[in-house]
Ligand binder design. Sequence first.
Ligand code: ZN
Length: 147
Amino acid sequence: MSHRHLICGACGQKNRVDMDRPAAEARCGKCHAPLFSSHPIEVDEAGFERHVAATDGPVLVDVWAPWCGPCRVMGPMFERAAAELEPGVRLLKLNADTAPNVSARYGIRGIPALLLVQDGQLIGQSAGVMDTARIVAWVRDRVPTMA
Ligand code: ZN
């Protein structure tokens, strides 16, 4: 049996998921929300840190802001990428206005920006708008286990 640790997008509880069972049936042990919703999870800086620290496997983060036009263009494409990349990848949306420490740590100068983090290590970073197909291909290029 293989297990993965994940944070629930609804309540923030850390869960241990049996990956031999269908991901669509995985529910949070605390609040019973589905653990894979095919939607990115909106997080603040604390939520980002919590997910990155606790998640087994890659975490893909869309760093965006409500006032950023290109970010709003990429938003729906990132949503669709979630449906394609789950359950192998955890997708988060982080509002840059609420995340000065994350922006400084990764040297983010422009948004939208994507961060791909696995086991606490940055394994990919990109700036600018990508469509769904490019987002998915970009992640698969960097996560050999998904090829
Ligand atoms: Zn929960």
